[in-house]
Design a protein around this ligand. Structure first.
Ligand code: BGC
Length: 245
């Protein structure tokens, strides 16, 4: 099944038409800047614009950076607070008139990695982390997703971990790979105090440079970069909608 996969992020909204049965992109990936303020009406309009640019008529799957329960946005850590309570599939359907499914962005990335990427065939506990504006997390056991895990909000030194070790923090604070790698390692140690995964998959755009920071990480779990890098969210959102049809 072909689906338009969308990944809503803090700086860009990305999309591509995906073959959900193979995980392959059918169109070139496109992206537009996340509108500011990133309020629901403007983001929904931007998604409609992407769909138009891709001349897409079919179903749309969307990864969104918040807790999402049955399509309803429940939190707003890195997004405008007016998102809380929004029924995103309903708003999207009104704007673009097609079947829509919305899931947490890290869950979408995890779904792609488990189905076609670095987690294929892994039946034990697998943790997928996405490092971007925030820190997203997706947990799998026997290949099944436990949705809406929010490890980026573990407290470290009285602040959410994503304020200490996300990819955005590396940029904003001009941290070296070693400094940032050390912070990420502190975060992973905290995670491993709670959770015994056999495999940790590191995703997000920064994972393309994994060779620069993996040497500073000392997890018990096997550690690998995501295979889809920062396209995992698009692919996983497409798989999520195809699985529900
Ligand atoms: C949000 C998560 C999201 C992550 C990555 C966090 O701030 O709470 O739901 O998955 O950012 O975008």
């Amino acid at each position: 099944m072909e689906v338009l996969g969308i990944d809503v992020g803090g700086s860009a909204i990305k999309g591509a038409v995906v073959d959900a049965d193979s995980g392959l992109l059918i169109s070139a990936p496109m992206q537009i800047k996340t509108p500011q303020p990133a309020i629901p009406t403007m983001v929904v309009r931007a998604i409609g614009e992407l769909k138009k640019q891709l001349a897409w008529q079919g179903a749309v799957g969307c990864g969104f950076p918040a807790i999402v329960e049955n399509g309803k946005v429940k939190t707003a850590a890195n997004i405008d607070s007016s998102w809380i309570g929004v029924d995103l599939p309903k708003m999207l359907q009104a704007e673009i008139a097609t079947t829509c499914k919305v899931v947490n962005d890290a869950d979408a990335a995890g779904i792609a990695e488990m189905q076609f990427g670095a987690g294929v065939g892994r039946m034990g506990t697998v943790l997928v982390l996405t490092l971007g504006t925030g820190i997203g997390s997706a947990l799998f056991s026997r290949g099944e997703l436990v949705p809406n895990l929010e490890l980026g909000h573990l407290q470290m030194d009285g602040a959410p971990a994503e304020h200490y070790a996300s990819a955005a923090v590396k940029n904003n604070e001009s941290l070296s790979w070693q400094e940032w790698g050390g912070r990420l390692d502190d975060f992973l140690a905290q995670v491993e105090r709670l959770l015994s995964a056999e495999l940790i998959i590191i995703g997000g755009g920064i994972s393309t440079e994994y060779e620069k920071f993996f040497p500073y990480l000392s997890t018990h779990a096997e550690l690998v970069p995501a295979r889809f890098y920062n396209q995992a969210g698009i692919v996983g959102a497409a798989i999520a909608v195809s699985a529900s049809n």
